[in-house]
Design a protein around this ligand. Structure first.
Ligand code: G3H
Ligand code: ZN
Length: 284
């Protein structure tokens, strides 16, 4: 069923695992992620960036596509449709009105007081409709759609605490050295800060840039209160690789089902691997 993130993240935090947010890019991603979740008996968060929603047609198209698959696939595990890196109150409202069950308001680039103000406004609108809210502080490195950063700025623990208490968000993404897209070398995550922020705020923490983080770092982050980990690029790399292989082996192939089907399988395998690594398998 479609639910907000609140319950799945609180359960993850208290039982010591993280729920994966896997980003949608098209129908095959949605199919693969839902199939993986059902097979693994894992809760799952479908992440939708504004750019990806635009690509797929709009927020309503995304919601109806997900709802259709939930029925056709007889999905029983908890599923959240979450706006990833929402850029404004209006975009969050639009997603909620279309049926999203969760939104992220990313005002991390704004001055702190503005971040508090816009996040509070989103929380007020979202909570009245049973929709969960994620906010961000600091800067995640790299680039994802419209979100570009030219440096990594660590979130400040006191600001995190204040943001959570003043806005009543359901979970917080404190940027602590993670990067969107592949890492150049090993990631250097701020675990000391993560621990402090987890303890001060008490809310489940979110780790963006989940692609390429070694298992030991994932486990450490989960042990410090990280209950949501976002993955997009890893599925994109796996599916593009599979399409290249299939088309190279079959130069006369043109039926999209014959090369997008295998791409879908590659995404499903990748997602299953992450669910096991994050510890969410069997927790639905
Ligand atoms: O918001 C989405 C993510 O943070 C995804 O990061 O593409 O590096 O896996 P990634
Ligand atoms: Zn992100």
């Amino acid at each position: 069923p479609l639910v907000s993130m609140t319950e799945m993240l609180n359960k993850g935090k208290s039982e010591g695992y993280a729920v994966g947010q896997f980003n949608l890019n098209n129908l095959e991603y949605t199919q693969a992620i839902l199939q993986a979740a059902e097979e693994e008996k894992s809760p799952v968060i479908l992440g939708v960036s504004e750019g990806a929603a635009r690509y797929m047609g709009g927020f309503k198209t995304v919601v109806k596509m997900v709802e259709g698959l939930l029925e056709d696939y007889k999905i029983t595990v908890p599923v959240a449709i979450h706006l990833d890196h929402g850029s404004s109150f209006d975009k969050c409202k639009e997603a909620i009105d279309a049926g999203f069950t969760s939104v992220m308001i990313d005002a991390s680039h704004d001055p702190f007081e503005e971040n508090v103000a816009i996040t509070s406004k989103v929380v007020e609108y979202a909570h009245a409709k049973g929709v969960s809210v994620e906010a961000e502080l600091g800067t995640v490195g790299g680039q994802e759609d419209d979100v570009v950063a030219d440096g990594v700025i660590y979130a400040d623990a006191k600001e995190c605490d204040e943001l959570v208490k003043r806005t009543k968000i359901d979970c917080l993404a404190p940027a602590l050295g993670s990067v969107h897209g592949p890492y150049k070398g090993e990631p250097k995550l701020g675990f000391a800060e993560m621990e402090e922020i987890g303890n001060l705020t008490g809310v489940p923490l979110v780790l963006h840039g989940g692609t390429g983080i070694p298992t030991k770092d994932i486990q450490r982050a989960v042990s410090l209160g990280t209950a949501k980990i976002n993955v997009n690029t890893e599925n994109q790399i796996a599916s593009a690789k599979r399409v290249r292989e299939v088309l190279a082996e079959n130069p006369n192939m043109y039926d999209p089902r014959k090369y997008l089907g295998p791409a879908r399988d590659a995404i499903k395998e990748t997602v299953i691997g992450k669910m096991r690594e994050f510890g969410s398998s069997g927790k639905a």
